[in-house]
Structures are given as C-alpha cells and as structure tokens.
Ligand binder design. Structure first.
Ligand SMILES: Nc1ncnc2c1ncn2[C@@H]1O[C@H](COP(=O)(O)OP(=O)(O)OP(=O)(O)O)[C@@H](O)[C@H]1O
Length: 956
C-alpha cells in the first residue's frame, strides 16, 4: 500500500512481447533488490515503492509509459528498458522532465545522456578479451548474426574492428528482424562460408530458435555471444547450447558471498536460481540508486547524479564502481562455456573491474595501445617488403623531391614502407603514425586520404577535422593510388600537408600532376623490371625458338637470340636496316607482318610492339613457298602478298586456323576467298579430315537440299539406289566451304541454320537424324548487311551464326604493290610446269599491269599473265605486246602520288597529342602548378595553356 513517505521507483519492463523472456528476469531482480533494501530498513527509513509498467517490447509504448510514470506517478527515478530503440525513445522524455533512468543492460556505447546511468557492460568490457581469445582458441574467420536493430549492428562494428586488428576477418553477416524464428537462410550461408566462430547478437526469443536450428544443422563450430545468458539457455533447453560461449561480467556460477545472497533470495522468492548477467545489472542498479539516495539529504535528480559519480558497490560479480567521468560502470569481464546443466563454466576472467570505454575515439586510443602490436610489421617483414618496392620508392622519392611536403609510400595492403619529405622539410619524425611498418588499413586508422585511396583505388583527400585520428587533424591528407597492369593496386602515395601549406585552388592541379608523376614512375619501373625479366626469360627460352628473335627498345637492340645473331652475321647491314625501319614503323603500336627479300632470300618479319619494346621474329620462307603447286597442301604462308593491309588478313587467317569457330570470308570475286578457306583448313586441327567446297550460287534449287543433306533410297525419282550421303556427311570431321553463301535461297538458309544449331542432318525423305561435326567456312562477294537490312534476302540469325570470325579480303586495286610479287609467282609456276622456255616480264609490261584497276582481282591477273606467257611462246620475255589490249590501253593513275591514308593520319595526330600531353604534365610538375610560369616557358598565353590543359583533362 502506498505511503506518503515512500520513494517511488518506476519499473519499465517488457513482461510480454518478444523480449519478455529476458526482461522478466530483470524485472524480478529489480523487485528482489527493492525488497532486500526495504527489508534492511529502506532509505533513511523510507520504503522504495516499485510502480510497474509492461511496455510489451514496444518502444513507443515505452515512451508513453515513461511519461506516465514521471508525470502521473511522480517516480523519483526509472529503472528498466532492454532494447536500445526503446532507450532512445525514452531519452527525450527523461531530458524533458529531468529524471534519471538506470539502464540495466549491455549496450553498444557511443551515447552519453545526462539522464541515464548505464549499468550493463559496454563493448570493450565484453569484447576486448573475448575476440582475441576466440581467435586464439578457434580461428580467425567470423560470421556475424544479429537482430536487426541498433545494438547488434553497432556492436558488430566493434567486433569487425577487433577481429581485423587481430588478423582475422568477417566471412559473412546477417540481420533478422526482431522476433524471427526462421534461420534456414543464415544457416545455409554459414555452412557455405565455413567460419571458425559464429558470433551472435540475436536477442529475445530469436536466440532460442537460432540455437536450436543451429544444433540441428550439425555445424560443429562454436557460437559466441555477448547476449545469450542463463535465462535463454534455460528456455531453449541446455542441450542446444552446450559448448557455446558467452562473455559477461556476471555468470550464475560465480562464487562470491554477494552472489550467494542474490541466488538464495532469488530461489526463495521465485523458485529458480537461473540468473543472468542483465538480471544482475538490474539488481545492482537498485543498490546504486539506494546508495546514492542515502547520500542525498533531499532526493533530487541533480543530487543523485552528483552522488553517483565514483560510487562503489560490492556486487554479486565482485566490486564495481560508477566511473567519475561518465555514467558507465567499471565491470568485470568473463568468458563462459555452456555446460549440460545450462550453467557457464568460466574459462577466463579479468583480474578486477575494467574501465568502461563507451566512445569510439577513446576506444581508438585504447586499441591503439593494446592492438597496435598487431598492426606493425616486424623488422624482417618490413625489410622484405621495402626491398620489393625499392626501385619504385627511389623513383617516386626523386620525382617528388621538389614538393615541400611529407610523403609516405604504402604497399597495396596499406603497410607504410617509407616516409620522406621534399625540399626544405624534414618534419616526418614527430608523427608516430608515420613510422614505417604500421599497417594503415587497420580499422584504427579509419578516415584519411590514404585509407580512402587504399579502399577506393582512386585519388582521395581528407581535410583536417574530417580525420578520426586526432594526430592527423592538423593535416590535409592525400592518397594517390599506384596502379600496375590491368589497374591493379600496387600501393598508395600518401601526402601530408599542413592545412595552410597549399591553397584550395591549387590542390586539384597538384593531385593531377602528382597522379601523372606517379603513373610515369610506375611505367619506368615496370619497364626496367620487365626488361630485366625478359632478358632472363629470353636467355632461358631462346634456345627453343627456331626463328630469329630480336628485342628492341626505342630502336636499340637489347637482345638477340642465337638464330638472330647468325642472321645478322650473314646479312649484316640489310637486316639491321630492315629492323630499324620496322621498329620506327610500329610507332602506332600495332602488330605488323611484312615479307622482305634480303639478298634474294625471302623472309617473313613479324613485329610485336609492347610499350617501348618491339619484339621482331624473323623467319625465312623457303623457295618452295613461291612455287607451291596444287598437289601440295596449301598453307597460309603460301598465299602470296606483302601489302600491309593484306598481311593483316593473313594474320587473321592464322588466328582463325587456331580456333574451331565458323568463319565468314568477305571479298570481291577473285580475291582469293577459296584459297584462304583451304589454307585455314589445312592448318587447323581438322586438317586430316575432308575439306569440301560447294558453290551455293551454282546449285539448282531443286537439288541443293539433296546435295547438302543427302537423300534416302527412293526419296525422289532418279534417286540413287541405297541413297546418298550429302556434303555435310562427306565433310564430317572436316570443313565445309560454302562459297557464294549470299546466293543461298531463303528456305535453305532456315534448314542450314537448324543444322548448325542442332549439329545433325536428316537426309531428304528420311527421318533419322545423323550427328555431324563440321566446321563451316562461308564466303560471299555480297554485302550481307545490305542483303539482310534492305533486301531481306539473307537471314540475320544465320549471319550471326556464321559471322563468328570475319576476314575481309582486300581487292587487288587496293594492293597494287603486290602485283610484282604475284606476277613473279605465276611466271615461276609456269616456267616450271609449262614446258616452254623460262621467261621474265619486262619492266614496261609490269608497269602497265600496275596502272590497271583489276576488277577481276587476282584471278584476272593470273589469267592475264598465263595468256601473255603462252602468247610469248618461245621468247624469253613477256612484253607489253603480249598483254591484252584493254590493259595496254588503260591510262591508269599516277603511281608516284602516295596518298596518306585516313588511318595513318589519325595515328600521327594521336601520337603528337600524347607527346604534348606528357610534356605539359612534366612542365606543370616542374613549375609546381604555376600556370603563368609554365605558359611563359612555352611562349604561349595563359588562356591558350588553360585551353590545352582542359583539352587534355589536366584541369577541370
Ligand atoms: N594471294 C594469292 N596468292 C596466290 N594466288 C592467288 C592469291 N589470291 C588469289 N589467287 C589465285 O586467284 C584465283 C582466284 O582465287 P579464289 O578462287 O580463291 O578466289 P575467290 O575469291 O574464291 O573467287 P570467287 O569469288 O570468284 O569464287 C585462284 O587461282 C587463286 O589461286
């Protein structure tokens, strides 16, 4: 019954709802403590009177009930609440009415409300020993599972940091809504991720469901938690929790006098001694209130607040204390393992109460002291890394010496390798974080230009107070990524500028020029390293390369293999002239294939550019190549021509022969489509199987089906007895060359497409599918795009099937420079096979051929040469007189006028602008971004320089 003298205490607990399972125990402990105090005479003779409100796990209801307790019931203080959400909802009410809440639960920290005393542990008191202990005992991979609200998410950030700073990692994370009972998805994820430890921040009855389903899934790894206590274990049946771990200041199993009293009173009152840490927090909370009230003459919030500071208490867990600087408690730290009885066997405990560190910045200082050891490399490890990066460090050091700032080079994992400062600055020693060996990716480092560049692989800048680390707050930090091949991160160049050291306007330009400088350094170092490596590899493997191999850098020979040495010895000047010519001609970075006569021997030279290097492979073509007869298997190298564009098609044909995809050859009539198809087949893996060529344009519509797919006995009148296989079957295992594919009737295109998709044919009149394995090389002189788009005479789906690899042949009028070689090839063949006296062609006749436009391409040229050869009969020369009149009367074009192709022009422009861009960059670095001085140096106006810088994107 209420008495005027009673001191009312408001109790805000969820007696129902999802967190009821935990909060009911806290509620009962609170009542028990109140009863204990009242039994001992109360506070200066006054009873404590509990006024209870069930907030039913509803934060809005919590706020309403808090206001009701304060305003209507006029309670002196409040105790209770479990979830952070409800606490945060109630805080404005506490502040409005200036009333204290004793919050009896662990929480995530990062909050200091003048009206709250936090009686449970903050993360450092549970985790700082627990995480390293788990890592040592079970392993480094953690999976985090939690209820989706503030405490679990925030706590998991602490866990994440701690795990990482002890060399571990998080392999998965899952949050489920409060009250969830289904955990099949996270359990599947855990099975897949195979962590060493599953860390749970689940609360309420979700804990029970999760532990049960986890045990049923048979995963052998321990669950660790900072929440799951004796109450939950009892509720789920201890069998589901045996072997799992929790860290708390208090366990039921602690042997202290105060715990003995607490447990026996609890058992007497409630018939059970299942007590958890949060229950002890609530119990302690009431004793702290009582202690503070005893110190106050008149009970007021301000007096209680003052009285509480530094107050100590002999609690069931041992001695505890309210911190003098904040409203948190010094608590013990223990790790317990669940046993069969549902109790915790204590496997580790702290020597005494541990200071609460509720805020991150303090945690940082703490962690820096205790965990920095894990983030500093040993002397040997560091030296090894420094050696790896030595050339790059030296290069960057010398390239940046003009800047009067502090620089640091980090490897790709954020290890600080070396710190140095530019001209007139030797200020690097004072900052402890700039000591080589510190790992800047450690969570301790949080936000800085360097850490952002390490994680984002891009330039980053952080100003003064934006840094989390106080030591860096006087600086502006810049991180410039050092990128290697394929944009991989090699490391970061960090710059530390005092805040007044550079004006805002120049920062952008400084970052850009520094970025380019770093890029240049990487390129140079790469080349030096590559060259050394190449020399080594070349020496090792060159003995296996039968061809001559030369490596050139900027036109200078760096390396020759033994075959190349012999070749140079044999043809000295001629080889060197050709090589130097080739090395300058491949400035535009394209591969090039040329054929050259060196002292009457024909060679094929392939140039492969790679940055500043040129690899030149030289192979002698045997004289047989020139007189290849049809009886011999035609190979790609037998196709005559040295024209630059033509050789590109040869290169494509080589690539096509090495893969098994369909090929489409496009070219005017007589350009050599069929010989390309044959040569590709003869050099492909199908070379020992048939090459079947058919001309789709020349077949009758009626017979084409039967011709291609074969027919069965009696399929049509006149069909051969026993049936006949078609071309597809005949070509099985080999290549089918479909010439003039553009002339194939539409309905047949559909059948062909089906055959290509299903890889089987059905003979005409038959039903049985016959599997086929045929590579198609199709050719056409039509523009298939036009046939598809404008005429509808070719199916686009068939086109895309055939068009996997396209080779477009150059018409002879666009490779007139090949005419002499072709003519000599045809004459040589005729000299050997015709039985007539051997002949040559006069220069005049050849010049005549060069003036003609060759609508019939190589076939026409071949016919003209053959005709002239036979007309010349017994003479030894083919002269203008033997050429057909339409050729000798052709006026032709002026050969001396060499036009520069569009392509060459484009390449030239590109090269010159690349040169200009790098010159401007160097100049900017030299003048430290001073546009006026750079413009003066160039003798151009500032406006012109600005325009150029914008054009090259050197400024925004
Ligand atoms: N580069 C070449 N070297 C040697 N001979 C060639 C070359 N190009 C074409 N020929 C010869 O020219 C003739 C025509 O070649 P091919 O039949 O391969 O041309 P095509 O493009 O398939 O012609 P069409 O479209 O009329 O079928 C053949 O006798 C072939 O040997």
């Amino acid at each position: 019954m209420e008495n005027q003298e009673d001191i009312k205490i408001g109790l805000l607990y969820s007696l129902t709802g999802t967190t009821g399972v935990t909060e009911r125990g806290q509620y009962q402990s609170t009542l028990l403590a109140i009863k204990h105090i009242n039994d001992q005479g109360g506070i200066h003779g006054r009873r404590l009177l509990p006024i209870v409100e069930d907030i039913a796990s509803d934060p809005f209801l919590a706020a309403k009930k808090a206001e009701k307790l304060i305003v209507l019931d006029k309670v002196a203080v409040l105790i209770g609440l479990y979830t952070s959400v409800s606490r945060k909802m109630v805080i404005p009410i506490l502040e409005k009415h200036n009333v204290l809440l004793f919050y009896p639960t662990l929480y995530e920290g990062e909050e200091l409300c003048r009206n709250v005393f936090y009686c449970g542990p903050v993360p450092n008191q549970q985790l700082q020993f627990f995480i390293p202990w788990l890592i040592t005992n079970f392993g480094k991979c953690f999976y985090l599972i939690g209820s989706d609200y503030i405490y679990p998410r925030q706590t998991n950030r602490h866990i994440d940091r701690l795990v990482q700073s002890h060399g571990g990692r998080i392999v998965g994370e899952h949050y489920s809504i409060l009250g969830t009972q289904k955990f099949d998805k996270p359990i599947r994820e855990i099975v897949q991720a195979q962590p060493d430890v599953v860390f749970s921040t689940l609360v309420g009855d979700s804990v029970i469901a999760f532990y049960q389903q986890y045990r049923q899934s048979g995963i052998p790894k321990p669950i660790a938690s900072g929440i799951t206590a004796e109450t939950e274990i009892q509720a789920m049946n201890a069998a589901y929790a045996v072997g799992h771990y929790t860290s708390f200041p208090y366990f039921n199993s602690i042997r202290t006098d105060k715990n003995h009293i607490f447990q026996s009173e609890y058992r007497r009152t409630y018939g059970t001694d299942v007590i958890s840490s949060v229950m002890e927090n609530a119990y302690n909370g009431v004793f702290l209130i009582a202690e503070a009230m005893r110190k106050c003459e008149f009970i007021s919030t301000d007096c209680l607040r003052q009285a509480l500071s530094g107050i100590t208490l002999e609690a069931p867990q041992g001695n505890i204390k309210v911190d003098e600087k904040n409203h948190h408690l010094w608590l013990h730290s223990r790790i317990g393992r669940v046993n069969e009885k549902g109790q915790f066997d204590i496997v580790w405990e702290s020597d005494g109460p541990i200071a609460p560190i509720p805020f991150y910045s303090q945690t940082f200082i703490y962690e820096k002291e205790c965990a920095i050891d894990n983030n500093v490399l040993s002397h040997n490890e560091l030296q090894k890394l420094q050696n790896q990066y030595q050339i790059l460090i030296e290069k960057i050091k010398s390239a940046t010496r003009v800047f009067p700032y502090i620089f640091a080079i980090f490897d790709h994992q954020g290890v600080l390798l070396e710190t140095f400062s530019g001209e007139k600055n030797d200020d690097t020693k004072n900052i402890s974080l700039l000591n080589p060996g510190i790992r800047w990716t450690s969570p301790l480092m949080k936000r800085s230009g360097i850490t952002l560049a390490l994680s984002g692989h891009t330039e980053a800048i952080v100003f003064g107070e934006e840094h989390d680390i106080p030591e860096l707050q006087e600086f502006l930090t810049i991180g410039i990524p050092i990128k290697g091949n394929m944009e991989t991160l090699k490391g970061v160049v960090g710059v530390f500028l005092e805040l007044n050291q550079i004006d805002q306007a120049s920062i952008d330009l400084f970052i850009r020029s520094l970025s380019q400088t770093v890029e240049c350094c990487v390129e140079i170092v790469d080349q030096v390293e590559k060259c050394a490596l190449f020399q080594k590899i070349s020496r090792d493997i060159s003995q296996f390369i039968p061809e001559s191999l030369l490596l050139l850098e900027n036109g200078k020979i760096l390396f020759t293999n033994s075959a190349a040495d012999k070749l140079i010895e044999k043809h000295h000047d001629s080889v060197l002239d050709i090589v130097s010519d080739l090395s300058t001609r491949t400035m535009n970075e394209k591969e090039m294939l040329v054929r050259k006569k060196i002292n009457d021997e024909l060679y094929e030279l392939q140039t492969i550019p790679s940055e500043n290097y040129r690899y030149i492979f030289i192979k002698q073509l045997s004289s047989d190549n020139l007189t290849q007869t049809k009886s011999k298997q035609l190979l790609i190298r037998d196709i005559v021509g040295s024209n630059e564009r033509f050789l590109r098609t040869i290169q494509l044909a080589k690539s096509a022969s090495s893969i098994d995809a369909n090929v489409l050859i496009l070219g005017e009539s007589g350009t050599g489509k069929e010989i390309f198809a044959r040569a590709i087949h003869n050099e492909s893996q199908r070379k020992n199987n048939p090459f079947i060529a058919i001309n789709c344009g020349a077949m009758s519509r009626e017979l084409i089906n039967a011709e291609l797919f074969g027919y069965v006995d009696g399929a049509f009148t006149g069909a051969k007895k026993g049936g006949n296989p078609g071309k597809f079957e005949a070509a099985n295992g080999g290549t089918l060359f479909l010439d003039e594919i553009g002339d194939m009737p539409l309905e047949l295109q559909a059948t062909l497409l089906r055959v290509l998709q299903e890889r089987e044919v059905i003979r005409v009149g038959g039903h049985k599918p016959i599997p086929i394995d045929v590579r198609i090389i199709a050719a056409t002189n039509k523009k298939l795009n036009d046939e598809i788009a404008y005429k509808g005479s070719f199916r686009s789906d068939l086109y895309f099937r055939l068009n996997v690899f396209t080779i477009e042949l150059v018409p002879l009028r666009e490779r007139l420079d090949d005419i002499p070689e072709l003519v000599s090839y045809f004459i040589k063949d005729l000299n050997e096979t015709s039985g007539l006296p051997p002949k040559t062609m006069t220069t005049e006749a050849l010049q005549m051929l060069l003036r003609y436009t060759w609508p019939g391409n190589v076939r026409e040229l071949k016919n003209v040469v053959e005709r002239a050869f036979y007309v010349a009969a017994n003479s030894f020369a083919i002269t203008v007189d033997q050429l057909p009149s339409h050729i000798s009367s052709h006026t032709g074009r002026n050969l001396s006028h060499e036009l520069i192709s569009e392509e060459t022009l484009h390449d030239l422009k590109k090269i010159s602008s690349q040169i200009e861009k790098s010159e401007l960059t160097e100049l900017l670095v030299e003048y430290r971004g001073n546009i006026s001085r750079a413009a003066k140096h160039l003798g151009i106006s500032r406006t012109t320089l600005y325009r150029k810088l914008k054009e090259y994107q050197l400024i925004k």
